[in-house]
Structure formats: C-alpha cells, structure tokens
Design a protein around this ligand. Structure first.
Ligand SMILES: NC(=O)c1ccc[n+]([C@@H]2O[C@H](COP(=O)([O-])OP(=O)(O)OC[C@H]3O[C@@H](n4cnc5c(N)ncnc54)[C@H](OP(=O)(O)O)[C@@H]3O)[C@@H](O)[C@H]2O)c1
Length: 318
C-alpha cells in the first residue's frame, strides 16, 4: 500500500514506519523540519516531504493516489504558533477534510485517552474536540485511537523519568503520584494501527488503548529508579504543592511538567469499562498486549545499545 503520515517523524511514527517498511509498504512522511529526522532517510521506500502550511490544496496534492493517511501530529506543550488548537484541531481537521476531498480509502487518527471537550486540560480538550468532529464526518473511513502513555525504545516517559532521576539522585519530588496509568507498548500500538487498516468493522470508531496492567505514577517512577539503580527517594507531593510546582516548572526551558500536564494528570489514565469514554472492543484489533517487565529493561539503564543510540539522537535533535 501507499501510506502517507503526518506527524510521522516522532516516537510513534518512527516505530510505525519501521514496521510498515518491513512489510513492504511505500511511505511518504510529511514534516515541517526534515533536517531533524535524518534517521528516517536511511529506511528504504520512505519519501520525506517538507510542508509547514496545509492550505491551498497543498495537502490534497500530497495525499492524492495514497491508500491510507495516518495523522499522528501532536504536542504535549504549546510553543509560539504551535498551539493545542492549531496542531490537535486545525491540522487534524485539515487532514481529515483533505482525505475526504481526494477520496483516500482510509484515515487513521491518533487521539489520546481521556480526550474530552470537557476535560480539565487544554491538551485533552483539543484532542477531544478533534476526535468528535472527525468521527462525525460523513464519507470518511476513519478510525481513532486513544492510548494511555506509550512506552518503548525512545519513549519520553520512562526515559524522561530516568533522566530526571539521574539529575536528582537524593530525592525526587513527584506531582500526581497517585494517578494511575496503563502503559501500552509501542509495538502493540503499531499493531493496532496496522491491523485496523483493512477491517471495516473499525470504521467510525474510537479505540482506547491500554496495556495489561495499571500502576500509580509513584510505582512507575519507583520501577524506573530500580531499573537504573537509582536510590533517589520518591517524595509524593500533595495537591497543595503540586499545582504551584507545576506552574513554576512550566517556566523552565524543556519544562519537566506544566500546569496543563498537571491538569491532564488529575484524572487516571486507565481504560474505563463503562461511561462516555468507553471505546469499541479492542478485541477487533487482534493485538497481543505486552507488559512493562518484558520490554522496559531492554532499553532503560543503558543495557541496550539501540536504546542508548535513540536517546543520544533525541538529545541532539538528530
Ligand atoms: N507518546 C505517548 O505516550 C502518547 C500517548 C497518547 C497519545 N499520544 C499521541 O500520539 C501522537 C504521536 O506522539 P509521539 O509521542 O510520537 O509525539 P512526538 O514524538 O512528539 O511527535 C510529534 C509529531 O507531531 C508533529 N507535529 C507537531 N506539530 C505539528 C504541526 N504544527 N503540524 C504538523 N505536524 C506537527 C511532529 O512533526 P514535525 O516533523 O513536523 O516536527 C512530530 O512528527 C501525538 O498525537 C500524541 O498526542 C502519544
């Protein structure tokens, strides 16, 4: 198949493209900054196209004749013109409209668990508005995916906490320590996307993606500390301290946490069994879920060469 990705240069996109290429598909990746993504150039059958403005039928021309369009574009923290509204809503809706206009047979869209117009954070609100609008569009064979936190080589969850634990070797203050997550392995997310492509029963549906186990944030940071042999003492912060700390940390360059991240983490990131955010049955996707124990030790703690290289590439933005 000919598959075009928007937002395909990041963590999820790199894993997804690597698998798609190994299956013989022909890939186009649309990016704003090709110089930062040289790692994709070494893959065969991958064409990288630079576009930073999606107006004037530019996107339509790029995706015309493609079999599948996948939109992964997303940000955790806004900067300048790259706001939540711009990336999660305007770009996502442009992609959906262009896909419909040229009659691309299939659209896969990445949302996030707990995405909801009425959520506490702007990240989740913007993801929720886009998800609802895209699923409501007629004449589009679309499936949306809403994962909890995703882990795997090059992730910005376990790797980030490992980095922060090294910077704070004695004690580690932790906001939202009791919030629960159901981390899902990137390989399982990739399988969910690919397996859905030719399954008409997934059209028009959202799939929440959660791993097989759930943990509090404190348990996950403790697990990370054990994996990297850190003796740092994790100090859970109560709500009274968490909010001002998130506010101040958000002002630091490369903010470890922002107020909006804090607002997202006030709610557990685990798949609900019932209620408005209940998803279509994940059994449709025929994926085998992996727990953290079988994967994380392979890339954390400098035990895995490829994991270390991913880390250095990300750090030097190459
Ligand atoms: N990682 C997780 O744990 C997790 C969990 C839930 C949901 N998600 C969602 O999954 C998606 C991929 O996540 P990720 O971890 O791979 O993120 P990532 O590594 O930060 O990659 C983000 C991608 O978004 C693109 N992007 C950013 N601003 C854009 C804009 N204005 N126009 C077009 N593209 C833009 C970037 O493309 P450029 O090459 O142009 O910079 C990049 O390819 C995101 O939508 C994220 O919200 C991730």
């Amino acid at each position: 198949m000919k598959i075009c990705l928007i937002g395909g240069t990041g963590f999820v996109g790199t894993h997804l493209i690597t698998t798609l290429v190994s299956q013989g598909h022909s890939i186009k990746v649309i990016t704003r900054r090709p110089e930062r993504h040289r790692h994709l150039r070494i893959l065969p059958m991958v064409k990288i196209v630079t576009i930073d403005f999606f107006g004037n039928k530019i996107l339509e021309r790029q995706i015309d004749t493609y079999d599948v369009v996948i939109n992964l574009a997303g940000i955790l923290n806004p900067s300048g013109k790259n706001t939540f509204e711009h990336v999660h809503e305007k770009v996502a809706l442009r992609v959906a409209e262009a896909t419909k206009a040229v009659g691309t047979p299939r659209l896969l869209h990445m949302s996030a668990l707990n995405a909801d117009e009425n959520a506490a954070s702007q990240y989740l609100q913007s993801k929720g508005r886009a998800q609802n609008k895209i699923l409501a569009m007629e004449g589009l064979n679309v499936t949306t995916f809403s994962p909890s936190v995703i882990f795997g080589a090059g992730d910005s969850f376990f790797n980030r906490f490992a980095q922060l634990l090294k910077m704070m070797p004695w004690s580690f203050p932790l906001t939202c320590a009791s919030t629960r997550f159901a981390p899902i392995y990137i390989g399982d997310v990739v399988d969910a996307f690919i397996n859905s492509i030719d399954k008409p029963q997934t059209y028009g549906k959202n799939y929440n993606l959660c791993g097989p186990e759930s943990f509090s944030l404190k348990e996950l940071v403790k697990y990370t500390a054990t994996e990297i042999n850190s003796n740092s003492i994790i100090v859970p912060l109560n709500r009274f301290f968490s909010k001002p700390i998130a506010l101040v940390m958000g002002l630091f360059p490369g903010a470890p946490i922002t107020l909006d991240n804090y607002n997202s983490m006030k709610v557990d990131s685990v798949c609900p069994d019932s209620g408005a955010n209940k998803s279509a049955s994940i059994s449709d996707l025929e994926i085998q879920l992996h727990g953290i124990d079988s994967i994380v030790p392979q890339y954390l703690g400098g035990k895995d060469f490829a994991g270390q290289m991913d880390y250095f590439r990300a750090k030097s933005k190459r």
